[in-house]
Design a protein around this ligand. Structure first.
Ligand SMILES: [Zn+2]
Length: 490
């Protein structure tokens, strides 16, 4: 036990030099000893969860490729920021307000310090501002996906505080031996009402099943308009400059951050297209941006109605900007959330129509038509599925053997483990690996492959990828030397 305790203190440093010489064997020997020890923790009717948790915390985890900044920050941090800004919190609504002086009778707005002193109220805030205790008795239960997405409304009023937030996430990543995050930090600029109404109306009123030729004409016109709108181009440049200011000083020798630009699928078609356009342009113009995403609740009425149209918009933009990597939220659905027809082709179309290089979630694969053809395509095109276990359990109620992660692995589809919204889900990248290892029991070689794929299938440039891969090799060598030394004494 003492040796384990010392390993915790070593934290993410994991320096082999800090270990007794006797603990360091050959790299192959250390890997075999680590694999053996890992298998012993998984053996038996119940995995040794506490030791496995420790192991997963120490293990190098490469990159987190499905990461939303605003959902990654914990509610406690948003409360800190609310306090720094002098906000107060309404006891009943659990919302915050800037000016506590003018409160109506019965609407008590408390300083944040007072909220912290009231343990019952503080707990209620955490339960409303995240999914804490969602499955425990005493939690008033909205539908789980609404609980998840509604929480953003509460802490959203605090503001994003990118610089301190990213520093906190970086420190957390380092403590967990995570070297790279590919984050969805801020949405790409989109068109607003002040732009040319006629162009917007034409796209917004297209029938969902519009023929390709008509769609091409309308998108050409709209694309041309956006490309030549000085105001819109200025908006994109401002966005790029803002994101550079937000991430200033974040990269160092042990940590790298890159961004995906994205837009929300719940908006009208012209708004979505303008957001996608500026997301593509961001990747073209600026190496800080490495990919494009499309997000928002997939089961929403607009998202469902326009899903195919969005895939066709992406195909159009991909033809114009072919080098732009896409990761698309697709198949974040479960039986009963939408009519069965809605589960049949989202993953397929994200790949076949839009040209996605990675799929976010991919949970409804078993309900797709021709699933084996899609699995074959994912395998042959080396398209990774980003698996977000806590998020899927909360939003979709899909966990345990109902989750398709093993289906993907058995079909040799690359899988990466990611967090989605670790703050809202009250999780961490280590905890996601613990869920993966303890529930699905991948062998050590497979577990390592999943970690390495989080660098190999990231959207980093080839040179950055090679550097990250080299760093990951060194981290694993140190980790395995540590574990081999300790396992020997067990
Ligand atoms: Zn997501």
């Amino acid at each position: 036990m003492r040796l384990w305790a010392r390993t915790i203190l070593l934290g993410s440093c994991l320096l082999a030099a800090a270990l007794p010489t006797a603990a360091r064997g050959s790299a192959a020997g250390n890997q075999a000893a680590t694999a053996d020890y890992y298998q012993r923790l998984l053996a038996g009717p119940q995995p040794q969860l506490a030791e496995l948790s420790l192991l997963m915390t120490l293990m190098p985890k490469g990159g987190d490729l499905h990461h939303h900044y605003v959902g990654a920050v914990y509610a406690e941090t948003y409360l800190d920021w609310a306090e720094q800004q002098g906000y107060c919190l309404y006891r009943t609504e659990l919302t915050i307000e800037t000016k506590p002086a003018q409160t109506a009778a019965g609407k008590e707005c408390l300083p944040i310090a007072a909220v912290r002193m009231d343990s019952n109220l503080y707990r209620q805030v955490l339960m409303r501002w995240s999914t804490q205790d969602y499955d425990k008795p005493g939690h008033d239960q909205p539908p789980p996906d609404m609980q998840f997405f509604n929480s953003f409304e509460y802490f959203g009023a605090v503001g994003n505080h990118y610089q301190p937030g990213l520093q906190q996430l970086k420190a957390r990543a380092k403590a967990e031996n995570l070297q790279y995050i590919e984050s969805m930090l801020a949405s790409a600029p989109k068109i607003d009402k002040s732009y040319k109404a006629a162009v917007i109306d034409r796209l917004n009123t297209l029938p969902p099943a519009v023929d390709d030729a008509t769609l091409q004409t309308v998108l050409d016109e709209y694309h041309d308009y956006l490309a030549h709108s000085e105001a819109f181009q200025k908006k994109i440049d401002t966005y790029l400059a803002e994101q550079h200011a937000n991430v200033a000083g974040i990269d160092d020798a042990d940590f790298t951050l890159r961004l995906q630009s994205y837009t929300n699928r719940s908006n009208p078609p012209a708004t979505v297209f303008s957001g996608l356009y500026s997301a593509f342009v961001s990747v073209q113009r600026d190496p800080l941006f490495v990919g494009v995403n499309l997000l928002g609740p997939e089961n929403g009425p607009v998202a469902m109605r326009d899903y195919d149209l969005h895939m066709r918009m992406l195909r159009y933009l991909k033809q114009k900007y072919p080098a732009t990597p896409l990761s698309l939220h697709a198949g974040e659905l479960a039986m009963g959330m939408v009519p069965p027809e809605g589960l049949r082709d989202h993953i397929r179309n994200a790949v076949a129509v839009a040209g996605a290089k990675r799929i976010g979630h991919g949970v409804d694969i078993a309900h797709e038509q021709a699933p084996y053809a899609i699995l074959k395509q994912l395998r042959e095109k080396d398209i990774a599925v980003e698996v977000n276990l806590s998020s899927n359990a909360i939003i979709l109620g899909i966990l345990g053997e109902a989750h398709p992660v093993n289906l993907y692995l058995r079909q040799h589809v690359p899988v990466v483990i990611a967090t989605d919204d670790a703050g809202v889900a009250r999780s961490s990248i280590s905890n996601e690996y613990l869920l993966f290892a303890s529930r699905y029991k991948p062998g050590y070689a497979q577990l390592k492959r999943v970690v390495y794929d989080s660098i190999r299938l990231s959207f980093l440039s080839p040179a950055d990828k090679a550097a990250q891969r080299k760093a990951l090799d060194a981290r694993f060598a140190a980790f395995e030397a540590t574990v081999a030394g300790i396992a020997k004494n067990k």
